[in-house]
Design a protein around this ligand. Structure first.
Ligand code: SPD
Length: 275
């Protein structure tokens, strides 16, 4: 019998992936956590039936989230990853010498399942430079003051408990939690299907941070495939950052040229970020 995993990506759009085997299905206190072996994308992690990551396309998203802020910051040392329980952003962050990272994940089950079923992604949880805190990222950030050089929000979509991670109060906490030169990145969804969200996040960040940018990458399993990231900082600008450190990271998507290209926006996306 044929088995397919289907994500309702919008009310009018579904993505189906043929499943070879259901590797894991469980409920955590927060969500349904599942891992499928698929023909098209290798292993696929879904939370509440929404694709979080797959072995085949994860590198694009994780490399862009980690390396853009870490290369833009002049001397990154302390990094906070909010969410990111699969470990993909952590793996990329720890490629930078001299960096230590706090990963603040609300759901321990996501880390446990990723360690067990996604060994190529969850590679760095035992690294002495990493500390995993199982708590709400919003609460954690509200407690921090001048604690981090880089904050990266690798969240689920803006529904349920993740909504607060896209709001003004949280962004003000991030600003306070960042040291001088601090840089912030958050995943901000699809410019085809989430235009209001992108407009709102960019406008909110502009009211708080002096430097705000939008950049993009291609993640085939996310709605529309064309995905955005919002960058904000206390000073460093990814458009003028020296990019020597973009080399020798062992990346498959990110490079100095891709760093520059990621900030070139098609006019319909440029319109979303216009003040
Ligand atoms: N539509 C799904 C968006 C999910 C973004 N975060 C995924 C986590 C991968 N580390």
């Amino acid at each position: 019998m044929e088995l397919w995993f289907t994500e309702d990506q919008t009310d009018h759009l579904r993505l189906s992936v043929r499943v070879r085997e259901v590797l894991h299905r469980a409920r955590s206190p927060y969500q349904a956590v599942a891992v499928y072996e698929t023909e098209a994308f290798g292993r696929l992690l879904a939370l509440d039936d929404v694709i979080m990551t797959t072995e085949r396309d994860e590198f694009v998203y994780h490399e862009l989230m980690a390396h853009v802020p870490l290369v833009t910051h002049p001397r990154p040392q302390r990094v906070c990853i909010v969410g990111g329980g699969d470990g993909g952003v952590l793996r990329e962050v720890l490629k930078h010498p001299g960096v230590t990272a706090d990963l603040v994940e609300i759901d321990a089950k996501v880390v446990e399942v990723s360690r067990r079923f996604l060994p190529s992604i969850a590679t760095r949880f035992d690294d002495p430079r990493a500390r995993v805190l199982y708590e709400d990222g919003i609460v954690h950030m509200a407690r921090c003051e001048a604690a981090y050089d880089v904050v990266i929000v690798d969240s689920t979509d803006p529904v349920g408990p993740a909504v607060g991670l896209f709001g003004e109060d949280f962004y003000r906490s991030v600003y306070r939690a960042l040291r001088d030169d601090g840089c912030f990145v958050a995943q901000t969804e699809s410019p085809f299907f989430n235009q209001d969200l992108i407009r709102r996040v960019q406008a909110t960040l502009r009211a708080i941070f002096p430097v705000v940018r939008l950049y993009w990458g291609v993640v085939p399993t996310y709605p529309g495939g064309f995905w955005t990231f919002s960058f904000a900082s206390k000073g460093p600008d990814p458009l003028t950052a020296p990019l020597e450190r973009a080399a020798r990271l062992g990346t498959r998507w990110y490079s100095a040229a891709v760093h520059r290209a990621a900030f070139v926006l098609p006019p319909f996306v440029e319109a979303l970020v216009a003040p």
